[in-house]
Design a protein around this ligand. Sequence first.
Ligand code: ZN
Length: 104
Amino acid sequence: MFALVFLMVIGTSIWVYFDAKSLGIEKGQPTKNDMGAGGWCACCLLLWIVAFPLYLVTRNKRQSVSDIATRKCPYCAEMIRAEATVCRYCHKDLLPAASARRAI
Ligand SMILES: [Zn+2]
């Protein structure tokens, strides 16, 4: 039984390492639970029951963030949602991305 748990922890930690690498999770990024691939792997090895679910949550958050279509605000050059009609940084009115493309 212990060997099975041990193998599962080792296996998932290795998966976490390569998954974090492939997603480009690195130290110093502005996300809340911020560790590099090696950091996540080490945390999973030491404190699997906490670190592994935490990694999955962080991973899903990252994926949902990168799924959202964004564009650059023409006034302040900040990245905003593609369907935004008002810039959340400079509060200027914008054309939605689809109608802006139609106007050209
Ligand atoms: Zn703006």
